[in-house]
Design a protein. Structure first.
Length: 470
């Protein structure tokens, strides 16, 4: 769920007046920064200006709709009250293209979602904030749940303006506002692969997990495994940085997958289960390092296949953190939502999610990580040791020969060198805002979603964490 309350008037100098339901439907992707699909979106209004907004995937089971409607309404209104005061009204959007087999698109979706629209209107009204418009967007058309006049809102719906042809699109282009791909396409960049690579990747993860047992029994120092994992990550990042990403997201991800060997991915996925290793990896958050790091974290999240789905919490959280540090709040919210779906108790993701929800700036985290990194490099007499490791000749061609370096959080590990300090800063900031009460700012996961299957047997070895859990 996207539960980020934006300040009123964040659209900058570019202003446009939206007078009709059709213009509201056209404006939605520009308000969110992406094209929502299978989503409920509530947007607050202040004297005609857009304010905070919340988004959640439409629950599959209608019996979940009452609780979801109540939670969404409260989340929006309470969040807006903390930031900008109580909104004057709300606009609701229900966006869904998929329809049951044998039913006509559009009208069938609109009628099926009508009870959910009514629940949203009732719950917002109970909080003394009326829903002035509720729209269903499906199959390139829109319907109003609030307008009873067939002459302006016919049963077959009205067409939404083609991309780039509306006044809203022209104004957004002039203002430099970019609309990302749909949420489904963005989610696909972070979701486990469903290709022929799955079998080979699963075998590589099995082998890497089995390597953990003798390493633990042999008493391998945690720090040694950490350095090996980060060294491997640094070499892969340099490899990715040497190949500019394609413009098309799918082509870019396919190319990155080709540059990452199965055993490398397995070693890194298991290595990042140690929270101390993960925290050091979070230092690649800005400058030239950040884009390559984000590509790596996405690729690793896609490689958490089969019974290793739960392992994706670490790379997903890292992807969300780097995206946030780079200013991409759309990918941030999606990555953190997916991380918390995989592991609702993953502490780093929960803290980042709450900070995003409460409007905390990422700079305190960046500052803490910079300080920790500088102190460590000064102590060791190195600078940028991880990323400046020389890549052996022919490293790209010999990717399949890289030694597996799985990592495990050893008992009695060192204190968290970075994120715990940054997390304390975030928690202090949240306390100062008076918003640390139970459940404040949390984003509910998709209602009715099936939990990811946990690994069993030896596959759970790599899931152990360092002291402090996450």
């Amino acid at each position: 769920m996207t539960n980020h309350i934006e300040p009123v008037g964040t659209t900058g100098a570019a202003k446009i007046t939206l007078r009709t339901a059709g213009e509201l439907a056209e404006a939605l992707p520009y308000l969110l920064g992406f094209r929502p699909d299978d989503s409920v979106v509530l947007v607050a209004l202040y004297k005609g200006r857009f304010g905070g907004r919340v988004r959640l995937g439409i629950p599959e089971r209608p019996e979940d709709w009452p609780s979801v409607a109540q939670q969404l309404a409260r989340c929006l209104v309470v969040g807006c009250e903390r930031r900008d005061g109580r909104p004057d009204s709300v606009v609701a959007f229900l966006c869904q293209d998929a329809v049951p087999p044998g039913e006509a698109p559009g009208p069938a979706v609109m009628e099926r979602l009508r009870p959910l629209a009514q629940l949203l209107r009732t719950e917002c009204g109970a909080l003394d904030v009326p829903v002035t418009e509720a729209l269903c967007l499906s199959d390139g058309r829109y319907w109003s749940y609030c307008c009873p006049r067939p002459q302006c809102c016919p049963p077959e719906g009205n067409a939404i303006a083609v991309d780039g042809t509306s006044v809203m699109a022209a104004t957004a282009a002039y203002a430099g506002i970019h609309v990302r791909e749909s949420m489904g396409e963005l989610k696909a960049r972070l979701a486990p692969l469903e290709t022929a690579l799955v079998a080979d990747q699963t075998r590589a993860l099995d082998a890497a997990a089995m390597d953990l047992v003798p390493r633990i029994l042999a008493g391998a120092p945690r720090e040694e495994v950490e350095e090996q994992t980060l060294d491997l990550a640094g070499r892969v990042m340099r490899r990715l940085a040497d190949v500019p990403p394609a413009e098309d997201a799918l082509d870019a991800d396919l190319k990155d997958d080709e540059l990452l060997a199965h055993d490398e991915a397995a070693a890194l996925i298991l290595g990042l289960q140690d929270r101390l290793t993960r925290d050091r990896a979070a230092e690649w958050m800005e400058g030239e390092e950040a884009p390559a790091a984000l590509r790596l974290w996405r690729a690793l999240a896609r490689r958490c296949v089969g019974p290793y789905g739960e392992h994706a919490a670490a790379p997903l959280t890292l992807a969300g953190w780097v995206a946030w540090s780079l200013g991409d709040t759309v990918e941030t919210d999606q990555a953190l939502e997916m991380a918390l779906t995989v592991d609702p108790h993953y502490k780093f993701a929960r803290l980042l999610n709450e900070a995003r929800a409460e409007g905390i700036d990422p700079e305190p985290v960046r500052s803490s990580l910079r300080t920790v990194r500088a102190d460590r490099e000064a102590e060791s007499g190195t600078q940028g040791a991880v990323l400046e490791v020389a890549t052996p000749p022919g490293d790209v061609e010999r990717a399949d020969a890289v030694t597996r370096v799985p990592a495990v959080a050893m008992p009695g590990g060192a204190a968290d060198p970075g994120i715990s300090r940054a997390a304390r800063g975030l928690e202090a900031a949240l306390r100062r805002r008076g918003e640390r009460r139970s459940g404040a700012g949390s984003r509910p996961s998709r209602a009715g979603a099936r939990a990811t299957r946990r690994p069993s047997g030896h596959r759970r070895i790599g899931r152990q964490r360092g002291r402090g859990d996450g």
